[in-house]
Design a protein around this ligand. Structure first.
Ligand code: SF4
Ligand code: SF4
Length: 178
């Protein structure tokens, strides 16, 4: 109801709390505890002990890949029909809905009278993509998915960030949590 408010009573702060020392000491204690625990377990691992206990909360990239959640949206792939042709019918739904305007499709006619069109070229510029997944949602043919679970997408060359149709057609779905 407008005009009503609840007054929050703050606990009294004495000079000890206002000195920030309790918070600083608490932070140092947490850091030191993690440091010495991990140091002890890593040392034990060196001697073949406590292998079942995980040391530290970091992943030893790249030897130890980070687990990926099942709903993670990563690099795109295009699905194929049983005869190997793209399932995509070049309808432009994904290109139209893409908020980053990073999808570019060139259509072509196909001999099959039941398929209106097919892509001649299909590009996605990953340097612009915001991985929103709208293209996957909008596709009426279930022809595009983002389940490759590849997040190693950095490049020194922006042109290397452009995915072409061949790459997307030859990408396989990956499994999260390897
Ligand atoms: S994930 Fe979003 S930004 Fe990326 S290509 Fe699809 S619609 Fe565009
Ligand atoms: S929405 Fe699907 S069928 Fe349409 S152009 Fe995009 S990938 Fe192809």
């Amino acid at each position: 109801m407008p005009g009503q408010f609840k007054k929050v009573r703050r606990p009294p702060e004495n000079w000890w709390v206002r000195s920030y020392l309790p918070a600083i000491l608490q932070g140092l204690w947490i850091t030191a505890r993690h440091f010495f625990r991990n140091l002890f377990i890593f040392t034990a691992h060196r001697f073949g002990l406590l292998k079942h206990v995980r040391a530290g909360v970091v992943y030893q990239w790249p030897e130890e890949p980070r687990p990926v959640a099942p709903r993670y949206r990563g690099r795109h792939r295009l699905l194929k029909r049983p005869d190997g042709t793209p399932r995509c019918v070049a309808c432009y739904m994904c290109e139209t809905i893409c908020p980053a305007e990073c999808i570019h499709i060139i259509p072509q006619e196909v001999p099959d009278p039941f398929i209106e069109k097919a892509p001649k070229a299909f590009y996605i510029d990953l340097s612009k993509c915001i991985f929103c997944g709208y293209c996957v949602e909008a596709c009426p043919e279930d022809a595009i998915r983002m389940d490759v679970f590849d997040f190693r997408l950095a490049s020194y060359d922006r042109f290397q960030m452009v995915l072409d149709m061949e790459t997307m057609l030859n990408s396989e779905p990956s499994v999260p949590y390897k």
